[in-house]
Design a protein. Structure first.
Length: 372
């Protein structure tokens, strides 16, 4: 067995310390090392016992005088068993020194759990908003007992397991005295009361799982991944406690025609090369009805034309974005004899020329030849 440490060293005071110094030192160490502060920490428990034993000896003038002369010699010294027997364990010592601890309050019926639901909507739903119905399995208030948990609707009675306190106390005998442990009552789960005639449908809990249809309103302009909270649409609370909430996470399905970019939408529209060269109008799709779009003469493939107010609304202001139309010029794969004749005539007239016909390669070749 390891030799005991010097009591003064244990408390962190010198041998000339006053009674008040010793008391102050013990108070500081006890607050830090007490088992209630360090649950399941054997080292802290051991140190607290050592500190408490040192304090019990040094606070008493007669015991302190004997210790100063004879050290840890048995006669007259306060043994650990005597010390803990006098104070009745950790809790009693702590209460005697710092005052009684406040008892834990009885557990109240718990609020219902929140639920999550992932909902897919279309781009058209984002444009106009929509109302849908979610079908989900959730814990709801039991209709048979009106959420009371009692078959007859009678009042609850005090729990026989804890006497209505919601807690049970277990006392364990140790070599140093009695150690008292307080835990939540398993019979009533800390509520302090039980139902005398439990409802057969819910088993006395006041709630049971059932399928539910929950209406959800999706406002226009919802962003992909955004969520909505439906207050009180989660699981029912215990025995009349408030219900939880339902969180609906919105996911927008990919669209066959449009790509979303914030409040704007983008689509690609093919046009004839004659329309691109001469100008004209083409019918383009929108999220509502098709619309006529003016194509300026000389439009090049890849150019983007904008239709204002045909995008998606802002979820807060309702102001709509724009539709961006990317033009793709289509070259015909086959020509009639007349079409070929006209195009050849067009080419002979210089229509086959393009801006800066030589291009960078032609200019590079001419430079090598000395042609400017």
């Amino acid at each position: 067995m390891a030799p005991k440490r010097d009591y003064y060293e244990t408390l962190g005071v010198d041998r000339s310390a006053t009674e008040e110094n010793i008391k102050r030192a013990f108070r500081r160490l006890a607050r830090r090392l007490h088992p209630d502060v360090n649950p399941n920490d054997p080292e802290a428990e051991s140190k607290f016992k050592e500190v408490a034993e040192a304090y019990e000896v040094l606070r008493d003038a007669e015991r302190r005088a004997h210790y100063d002369h004879f050290g840890h010699a048995p006669p007259g010294a306060a043994g650990a068993a005597d010390f803990w027997g006098e104070f009745g364990g950790f809790g009693n010592l702590f209460d005697a020194f710092f005052g009684p601890r406040q008892a834990a309050t009885r557990a109240h019926p718990r609020r219902g759990s929140d639920l999550r639901y992932d909902l897919e909507i279309t781009l058209e739903d984002v444009l106009a908003g929509t109302t849908t119905t979610i079908e989900a399995e959730r814990v709801q208030a039991c209709e048979d007992c009106d959420a009371s948990g009692s078959r007859s609707g009678g009042a609850e009675r005090s729990c026989p397991g804890c006497g209505g306190t919601g807690q049970t106390q277990h006392v364990t005998a140790t070599p140093f005295g009695r150690l008292s442990t307080v835990t939540t009552c398993h019979t009533c789960q800390g509520s302090g009361s039980v139902v005398s005639d439990p409802c057969e449908r819910c088993g006395g809990t006041g709630r049971r799982g059932r399928a539910a249809e929950i209406p959800v309103e999706i406002p226009a302009g919802m962003e992909d991944g955004a969520s909505l909270r439906v207050t009180g649409a989660g699981e029912a609370g215990e025995r009349g406690a408030p219900s939880g909430d339902l969180y609906v996470f919105v996911h927008v399905k990919p669209h066959d025609t449009f790509e979303r970019r914030g409040r704007d939408v983008l689509c690609e529209v093919p046009i004839a090369f004659t329309t691109a060269a001469l100008g004209g109008t083409v019918e383009v799709p929108t999220l509502e009805e098709p619309e006529e779009l003016s194509i300026p003469a000389g439009t090049q493939t890849g150019e983007v034309l904008i239709i204002r107010g045909k995008g998606l609304p802002d979820v807060r202001t309702g102001v709509r974005g724009a539709e961006h139309v990317k033009v793709r010029i289509v070259t015909p794969r086959s020509l009639t004899p007349r079409q070929r004749e006209l195009l050849e005539e067009y080419a002979r007239a210089g229509g086959a020329d393009v801006e800066d016909e030589r291009g960078w390669f032609g200019r590079f070749r001419d430079a090598l030849r000395g042609e400017g």
